[in-house]
Design a protein around this ligand. Structure first.
Ligand code: ADP
Length: 193
């Protein structure tokens, strides 16, 4: 089954900028799919449409079998998004960041605390969970960013430019991490130039 299906997506911005012109593709469940292209190719526009943050002028798409135009709220429950800017509160601990994110998704209590411990362990942050994020290395912050997007156990994960601006060592760690995500049965769509 296709975890992501885009069919004839078109999007035009003001001043005749044709960001997308009939883009179609499918991503098989449980795979890592890369949208590659230079700056301005339309990668972010595509991700915005698939994550329900923007509407196409024409065409349609489904994510985890859900129509992004007809049921955007349901799509948002089924996906995790790691944006380029990240969403970490640097003045809070790793555990507090994960707890807040879980609460945003309506989780709480002991099951949320257990899920947080599992994620901290999985991303090599078990000892760091009690420390403030501003004390984390760049690599640790990126791993926490990904963990945050996974709190509610989404089926499909979107990573926008996950390795941009990272030094070579952290970048290579990040690629290993993405490989492991696939092993969890997640479908991953990432963008990179
Ligand atoms: P990429 O992510 O591959 O760099 P984008 O999807 O960001 O590409 O951009 C595709 C094109 O659309 C570019 O020419 C960009 O300048 C334009 N664009 C993107 N967002 C907007 C916007 N909000 N308003 C106007 N033009 C935009």
């Amino acid at each position: 089954m296709a975890a992501i299906e885009a069919e004839g997506l078109s999007k035009q911005y003001p001043n005749d900028v044709q960001a997308l012109d009939g883009l179609s593709f499918q991503v098989r469940e449980g795979t890592v799919f890369g949208l590659l292209g230079p700056n301005g190719a339309g990668k972010s526009t595509t991700v915005k449409i698939l994550t329900t943050l923007s509407l196409p002028d024409a065409g349609g798409a489904s994510v985890a079998g859900i129509d992004v135009l007809k049921q955007p709220a349901k799509v948002r429950e089924a996906i995790g998004v790691v944006s380029q800017t990240g969403g970490l509160d640097r003045e809070a601990t790793g555990r507090e960041n994960l707890r807040l994110q879980g609460q945003v998704h309506g989780l709480g209590g002991r099951s949320l605390e257990a899920r947080i411990s599992e994620l901290l362990e999985q991303f090599g942050l078990a000892d760091a969970g009690k420390r403030l994020v501003r004390e984390y290395s760049g690599g640790m912050q990126r791993r926490l960013d990904v963990a945050l997007a996974l709190v509610h156990q989404p089926k499909v994960l979107f990573l926008d430019e996950p390795t941009t601006g990272l030094d070579p060592e952290v970048r290579s760690e990040m690629w290993d991490e993405i490989g492991r995500l696939k092993n969890l049965g997640l479908t991953v769509l990432l963008t990179t130039h």
